[in-house]
Design a protein around this ligand. Structure first.
Ligand code: PXP
Length: 242
């Protein structure tokens, strides 16, 4: 079974639009879990544009599945993560210079900083995942630096403008996924996944976790959070029949 990590950042985006207290992402997390989510994912950004420290502190107390905290390779955020002790930390780029050309964390260029962040997190007992492009060198470097898992960036696949490009991006996801599993990394994926394009990514062998936010929150506006999460679980499960 592949885990669905529901990213609730954009519930907080809506709250921040008015600077008030609703909708509360903590409620969204509880509803997502009741609907079958296998984990809750939040990104505490340096600019605090959606998720706040208060949200992460409460979620640590209330999440019954797994809490995955996305964080930049930035000392104060890593300090906060170590204090909170989420079940998993996913290191992501936040500044343009930390990106590879496609948008994952450039773990080769920032080897020293990423390596230091990983060892701080590992020493504090956290499971560490790195958000990287489906690039074989980035995958190998992730293992070399001591990550437990990688989350393959599915943005280029999701944004493909032709069927030929979609196929070629999917092939890259498959080959990066194959290498990750062969060398002993746990395999996750996410970004831009929706009810239509999730099936092919869920079918990548040994896929362990998909982190999906925007499309679920967007559907929840119309059908409710419960149904939006259930329908995503169903869309992923169709991959088992492939
Ligand atoms: N995975 C990572 C590392 C992310 O930063 C995000 C949010 O951008 C997601 C998954 C979820 O992406 P989306 O909201 O497009 O589903």
């Amino acid at each position: 079974m592949i885990r669905l990590g529901v990213n609730i950042d954009h519930v907080a985006t809506l709250r921040q639009a008015r600077g008030g207290v609703e909708p509360d992402p903590v409620w969204a997390a509880a509803l997502a879990e009741l609907a079958g989510a296998d984990g809750i994912t939040v990104h505490l950004r340096e600019d605090r544009r959606h998720i706040q420290e208060r949200d992460v502190r409460i979620l640590k107390q209330t999440v019954r599945t797994r809490l995955n905290l996305e964080a930049a390779i930035d000392a104060p955020i890593i300090d906060f993560a170590i204090e909170i002790q989420p079940d998993q930390i996913t290191l992501v780029p936040e500044r343009r210079e930390e990106l590879t050309t496609e948008g994952g964390l450039d773990v080769i260029k920032h080897r020293a900083r990423v390596g230091e962040a990983i060892s701080r997190c590992r020493n504090a007992g956290l499971e560490v995942s790195l958000f990287v492009d489906p690039d074989l060198d980035q995958v190998q470097a992730s293992l070399d630096l001591g990550a437990h898992a990688i989350e393959l960036h599915t943005g280029r696949y999701a944004d493909a403008s032709s069927e030929a490009q979609r196929r070629s991006e999917l092939e890259q996801l498959f080959s990066a996924g194959r290498l990750a599993v062969e060398i002993g990394l746990l395999l996750h994926a996410g970004h831009g996944l929706n009810y239509q394009n999730v099936l092919d990514v869920a079918a990548i062998p040994s896929m362990r976790e998909l982190n999906i936010g925007h499309s679920i929150v967007a559907r929840a506006v119309f059908v409710g959070f419960d149904r939006a999460v259930r329908e995503m679980k169903q869309a992923m499960e169709l991959a088992l029949l492939k």
